[in-house]
Ligand binder design. Structure first.
Ligand SMILES: NC(=O)c1ccc[n+]([C@@H]2O[C@H](COP(=O)([O-])OP(=O)(O)OC[C@H]3O[C@@H](n4cnc5c(N)ncnc54)[C@H](OP(=O)(O)O)[C@@H]3O)[C@@H](O)[C@H]2O)c1
Length: 465
């Protein structure tokens, strides 16, 4: 491959089609594309219409005005990013004919990031978005006249049923993709949902199962399309690019824990402390997505890339918990409800359930009742439920650990030129856990709890009282 033509050059005068831009990773990817690939022609972003917004352009504006985009010129951003209305669960992605034609004629790369990431979404819903949706995006990519590469964001845990080293290859499932798609087309949602356990087999939830089936679909239907399947483990805030600790939601359990423990309402991390917390930074992941696109555009092959930290730079759940609590005490939230204190507890024990009831819900219930008596608004139970949602159904992943092969990712890293290795770094060996977790704590405080840095000195003083 021509290594003198680096990653950014692969996007010179190219158009990109991107799904999932209103989500955490899609927005980080869009920012990096526009900032680090200056000769990029433009990006079409597929956005669903939502009631709260007049149109998809307004939804795009909300994304572009996030602090994440602070290093990109706003005019440049608006001139390069084009919103198209669509929904991956609809036939033809719900694209209007004109938009479809434009995308097909212009685009060279597709990054399919959108997914239903709710672990326990109803099977019908998860299949519609994650499997049938991927088929629709893949078909669009195959229709593109100038197609150079299709990058699919999968998950390392789609192979969580594997007990040996998980290889960078697509693992078949006893279910055939065609059969599942036929069931989806022919059976009513409640019949499909009623068969969830039977269909999932050993999978712990509908998310990992449908992501695995999407990989199988891509492998069997890609034809000669160059494809990269990138499998990250648990993705949390950015390491440093474009800002440290960027986060816009706390849907992942590891982040929900920081958000909840930061307010003092979480006292326990449901995990086996000695197991590896396989966490990776969002900015490194998007750097890998771009480098993978560059690679497959050249090789024309299907390649799978694991993006995990456990093998090279591991941190355990108890270490993660200890670091998070230490950093939360050093950088406390304003309006702290209880002193930040937490430890790992095995999520399957009765002791843990009792502890959650006593240490999380009982004080929240009591203080809310007191608030009501004093004429104040009760908020604690709501907060407790909100953060608990992010932590729900994660115990399968915090009780177990996997050994992911990362040979392809390491090989890709080794062939990056010097400039690319700086601009598109995905070297997990560089993660300094105490610094990174502190930045994530600060990021959750600033971008999620919306507490500006200027409020830190007062919050620190309050905690010392
Ligand atoms: N975050 C992680 O820890 C992690 C780890 C491994 C893999 N991944 C993978 O990374 C990808 C992105 O995850 P994320 O954390 O960024 O999730 P996220 O914040 O929930 O974003 C999901 C995105 O998908 C879009 N989407 C969902 N259903 C759609 C539909 N029917 N049509 C069009 N767009 C739809 C959402 O749009 P709306 O705003 O309209 O809902 C949103 O933009 C997913 O493929 C996920 O499997 C994530």
């Amino acid at each position: 491959m021509d290594e003198t033509k680096g990653v950014a050059e692969a996007f010179r005068d190219r158009w990109v089609f991107l799904t999932g831009v209103t989500g955490f990773l899609g927005s980080v990817l869009l920012e990096k594309l526009v900032r680090s690939c200056p000769h990029l022609a433009g990006v079409y972003v597929l956005i669903r219409k939502k009631k709260k917004f007049t149109d998809v352009q307004q939804r795009l504006e909300t994304v572009l005005s996030l602090p994440l985009f602070c290093r990109v010129d706003k005019d440049l951003l608006r001139s390069k990013v084009v919103a198209v209305e669509g929904d991956v669960s609809l036939n033809g992605l719900g694209l209007e004919d004109v938009a479809r034609r434009m995308v097909i004629e212009r685009c060279h790369f597709v990054f399919h990031v959108a997914a239903n990431i709710n672990f326990n979404a109803a099977l019908h819903q998860a299949l519609s978005v994650n499997l049938a949706g991927t088929q629709r995006v893949l078909q669009l990519a195959k229709d593109m006249v100038n197609m150079k590469g299709f990058v699919y964001v999968s998950t390392a845990y789609c192979n969580c049923t594997q007990r040996d080293v998980v290889a960078e290859k697509v693992y078949p499932n006893r279910w055939e993709v065609d059969r599942l798609l036929r069931i989806l087309a022919e059976q009513p949602p409640d019949v499909i949902n009623g068969s969830t356990d039977r269909i999932l087999g050993g999978h712990p939830n509908t998310y990992t199962f449908t992501k695995l089936m999407a990989e199988n679909l891509i492998a069997s239907e890609r034809g000669d399309l160059p494809v990269a399947i990138v499998r990250p483990s648990i993705v949390i805030g950015t390491l440093c690019d474009p800002i440290a600790g960027w986060v816009d939601n706390v849907q992942s359990g590891a982040f929900a824990f920081i958000a909840g423990a930061g307010r003092g309402v979480f006292r326990t991390l449901p995990a086996t402390g000695s197991r590896v917390a396989d966490i990776v930074p969002a900015d490194q992941l998007v750097a890998l997505l771009l480098a993978a696109a560059w690679r497959i555009a050249d090789t024309g092959r299907l390649q799978v890339f694991h993006f995990t930290s456990g093998g090279r730079n591991p941190v355990t759940w108890s270490e993660y918990c200890r670091l998070a609590v230490t950093k939360l005490r050093e950088n406390p939230c304003t309006g702290l409800i209880l002193y930040p204190r937490a430890s790992c507890r095995s999520p399957t024990t009765v002791r843990h359930a009792l502890y959650v009831a006593m240490a999380h819900y009982a004080p929240a219930y009591l203080l809310d009742t007191l608030a009501k008596i004093c004429g104040d608004k009760p908020i604690l139970l709501d907060i407790q439920y909100k953060y608990s949602k992010g932590m729900a159904h994660t115990d399968y992943f915090t009780r177990n650990e996997w050994n992911f092969s990362t040979a392809n990712t390491e090989d890709l890293w080794s062939i990056l030129g010097e400039t690319d290795a700086k601009e598109f770094s995905f070297d997990v060996g560089k993660i300094n856990w105490p610094t990174y977790i502190e930045n994530c704590v600060l990021g959750v405080r600033e971008y999620y709890h919306k507490q500006p840095r200027s409020t830190l000195p007062a919050a620190r003083k309050y905690l010392k009282l």
